[in-house]
Design a protein around this ligand. Structure first.
Ligand SMILES: CCCCCCCCCCCCCCCCCC(=O)SCCNC(=O)CCNC(=O)[C@H](O)C(C)(C)COP(=O)(O)OP(=O)(O)OC[C@H]1O[C@@H](n2cnc3c(N)ncnc32)[C@H](O)[C@@H]1OP(=O)(O)O
Ligand SMILES: Cc1cc2nc3c(=O)[nH]c(=O)nc-3n(C[C@H](O)[C@H](O)[C@H](O)COP(=O)(O)OP(=O)(O)OC[C@H]3O[C@@H](n4cnc5c(N)ncnc54)[C@H](O)[C@@H]3O)c2cc1C
Length: 674
């Protein structure tokens, strides 16, 4: 596959796909990056970071022992950290990165096949210092955290409680005599469990504990706690800490456990932006909203939508390129084997992945802008927008992570047996993304938070009160009756809102009917939760469809006709896919007819055919470099079989022709001597 100059040629099928693509791939890359300048900066950063020799592992990570894997991940994390500090600051300092922190996130995938043990340091420890500390505390902790003298994590979840934060058992009792807090783990279930980097890596962590002072409990609050000696790294007296063991994924993140035996920390280690303890033990609440200490979780939920969009784009790139290279079976007797991408069922599996990656990315960009507005409001002392934003970020986190995990698994299925190889990278991408459905708030729990907001919004609509933007549609659909059907994109989005309104209305009726039978409101709510989760999901899908459609139109206003056409095809495909997936709901809540359903299906299949010639161009437009994709099946040149063989030969089992187990066990068994 090499030409005379040693340059590796691209697989012929892939080369032909690229030659036949109808649009200029770079144009879509620029759209997805938020502009040509962003693409140029990203590429520059990638060019000088991804050439480093530390990227190459002689033995594949998956062939190492858990201990070796962890040590390799620490080594690379430190080198990556140094690289960020020394080289990337040449680009004008971290603050100028802004959205380019997403570039760092992208590059990190080239360094760590799994997770950096320092992810929680940058991802949650530093953001919590920024969000929960006073200015004075920030000036003490931030420089030490950014220069990596202090390495931290976020320890909230306990063995007994993750979801129910109010039920956490770790206590922080204030002692006015010494002006210290005494941290204690009263039970086994109160041990902190799960925090990334806690097992072996960090020397500090943010601990969320029940604050007691003057004989009263004031609920959970965050504290900065040193747990290891800065010189020896030994756990400090009163601290019991370790790693929680192997998991489905995240195996280089040294997630840990932590218990306290009457462990003392200074008063000022309480993060005091939202509440304070005065020297004499008086509790002063500064948070007028009441849930500001949950701020880091909201921030990460916003980040996670982008995170899963990127991971889905990686999986789609791998699966689509592989499907263009792979040939299998025959469509008609005697014909050459087609590329598997030519099977309509394969297109059905994959094109929704491309469209969903776009939908989630555009929604994530919109969510980020909305979040910035909320943060500005909070800075000016306004918290009115928080309930709506909490409801919005909760459902978007739940649905984006769940959809992405399912579709990444679909990408793996679509690669047949080779998708099961670790070297395809699909298993690792899946194991990482499926965790996002649970961490930072479980799927069901977050949808129920959104449902709570939706039911209140419905009651406000009934009372004729004004509604906030994302639920203003309820006023329109407030009256009973089916939503008129219209098969345009706008019509499908309206119908999606109609379905959401219908489901919310049905929940309200169910709860009220149950209350009428004598049940308490809580019991009536509990019995209705299956419907409430479905209503919140419907609401979220309507929001994603709406944002995706309108953002795609806005972004492509100045695009070339071919780019506009293919972007329009993708959004229409997405809307048709979900209309067909939820056809039962549409039949129940809209005026869609059986003929309309047939037309929807036909249009959907036409769209698959229209997108087919551009599929490889569309995944190329994600512009994810081979070092980041890390996949034998998805590399740009399509040398799938060569790469599979090269990787197989790296397996330690292939280092010797005969393994010693032959002499120890097999031979004795064969000779009847075992
Ligand atoms: C340079 C490189 C950069 C790298 C960075 C890249 C990073 C990207 C990737 C990130 C990866 C990071 C890895 C993270 C690993 C996982 C970390 C964790 O899981 S950590 C652990 C994560 N753990 C979890 O996520 C735990 C999940 N559990 C929870 O969040 C809470 O227990 C709860 C929300 C379910 C209930 O809370 P509870 O206190 O019982 O409250 P009630 O139900 O009684 O409701 C009362 C009222 O409060 C309201 N309200 C509630 N929350 C909020 C809010 N945030 N706001 C506003 N309002 C809120 C609610 O609506 C209601 O209002 P109303 O109706 O009365 O008007
Ligand atoms: C890879 C990974 C990394 C993590 N990293 C961290 C970290 O760094 N720091 C940290 O503090 N935590 C971390 N966590 C913990 C994570 O935040 C929790 O696992 C998560 O919040 C879910 O809580 P739980 O495990 O207690 O699940 P549970 O709440 O016990 O959920 C179990 C089941 O019960 C259901 N359920 C629970 N409550 C309700 C309810 N009210 N209504 C209906 N159903 C309900 C859920 O839907 C779920 O099906 C991590 C977890 C994972 C998997």
């Amino acid at each position: 596959m090499s030409d005379n100059k040693g340059v590796r040629r691209v697989n012929e099928d892939l080369a032909r796909e690229r030659a036949n693509c109808s649009f200029d791939v770079r144009e879509i890359t620029f759209l997805l990056d938020g502009g040509e300048n962003n693409t140029i900066t990203r590429k520059k950063i990638e060019d000088f970071t991804l050439t480093d020799e530390l990227l190459s592992d002689k033995v594949p990570d998956e062939c190492l022992s858990p201990k070796e894997k962890y040590e390799n991940a620490v080594r690379k994390s430190c080198l990556f950290g140094k690289l960020v500090k020394d080289k990337l600051l040449e680009f004008g300092g971290l603050e100028t990165f802004g959205p380019n922190s997403f570039v760092l996130r992208r590059i990190a995938d080239a360094f760590f096949k799994e997770i950096s043990p320092l992810l929680l340091h940058l991802g949650m420890f530093v953001p919590t210092i920024l969000g929960q500390c006073t200015a004075e505390q920030q000036s003490e902790w931030l420089p030490r955290a950014l220069s990596m003298q202090v390495i931290g994590t976020y320890a909230q979840t306990e063995l007994g409680h993750g979801t129910f934060i109010r039920g956490l058992e770790t206590t922080a009792t204030y002692d006015p005599e010494t002006e210290e807090f005494v941290l204690h783990s009263p039970t086994l279930s109160s041990f902190k469990w799960w925090a990334g980097g806690l097992g072996k890596t960090v020397n500090h962590c943010i601990v969320v504990a029940q604050l007691h002072t003057k004989g009263q409990c004031h609920g959970t609050h965050p504290f900065i706690v040193q747990i290891r000696d800065l010189e020896t790294h030994q756990p400090l007296p009163g601290i019991k800490v370790g790693e929680i063991g192997p998991k489905l994924g995240f195996n280089t993140a040294d997630n840990g456990f932590l218990g306290f035996d009457k462990y003392r920390i200074p008063r000022m280690n309480m993060m005091m932006k939202n509440a304070q303890i005065l020297k004499d033990g008086t509790y002063v609440k500064l948070d007028r909203h009441g849930k500001m200490t949950y701020g880091t979780m909201v921030f990460i939920r916003v980040m996670v939508v982008n995170e899963v969009a990127f991971n889905l784009a990686k999986a789609a790139t791998i699966a689509v390129r592989y499907s263009a290279v792979r040939r299998q079976s025959e469509k008609k007797p005697g014909e050459p084997e087609p590329q598997i991408l030519d099977y309509v069922t394969q297109q059905h599996k994959l094109f929704i992945c491309i469209a969903t990656a776009h939908a989630l990315q555009l929604t994530s960009d919109w969510l980020w802008r909305t979040f910035s507005g909320v943060v500005t409001d909070i800075k000016h002392g306004k918290t009115d927008s928080l309930p709506e934003f909490h409801a919005l970020s909760s459902c978007l986190k739940a649905i984006s992570t769940s959809d992405a995990a399912l579709l990444i698994e679909q990408c793996r299925h679509s690669c047949g047996g080779h998708g099961y190889m670790m070297s395809s990278n699909l298993p690792l991408i899946y194991s990482f993304v499926t965790a996002t459905r649970t961490y930072e708030g479980d799927y069901t729990v977050l949808l129920l938070q959104t449902a709570r907001f939706l039911i209140k919004a419905w009651e406000q609509a009934e009372a004729g009160k004004p509604l906030t933007p994302t639920v203003s549609y309820l006023t329109k659909y407030f009256k009973d009756g089916r939503v008129p059907w219209d098969s345009t994109s706008e019509g499908i989005v309206n119908a999606a809102y109609g379905v959401a309104a219908g489901k919310i209305s049905a929940c309200v009726k169910s709860i009220r009917n149950r209350v009428k039978t004598g049940l308490s409101y809580e019991d009536a709510w509990d019995l209705t939760t299956v419907q409430l989760v479905a209503a919140a999901e419907a609401h979220c899908r309507a929001v994603i469809c709406d944002v995706y459609r309108s953002e795609a139109v806005r972004l492509t206003e100045k695009s070339s006709p071919n780019v506009r056409a293919v972007m329009r095809q993708l959004t229409t495909l997405y809307l048709h896919y979900w209309a067909l997936e939820r056809i039962g709901d549409l039949l129940r809540y809209s005026a869609v007819s059986e003929e309309d359903v047939v037309a929807l299906q036909q249009k959907y299949e036409e769209l698959l055919a229209l997108i087919r010639p551009d599929a490889v161009g569309l995944v190329d437009a994600f512009d994810i470099r081979d070092e980041i994709l890390n996949s034998t099946l998805g590399a740009y040149d399509g040398r799938v079989y060569e790469r599979l063989m090269e990787e197989a030969l790296k397996s330690p089992l292939n280092a010797e022709p005969v393994n010693r187990s032959f002499h120890m066990y097999l031979k004795p068994l064969m000779q009847g001597k075992l």
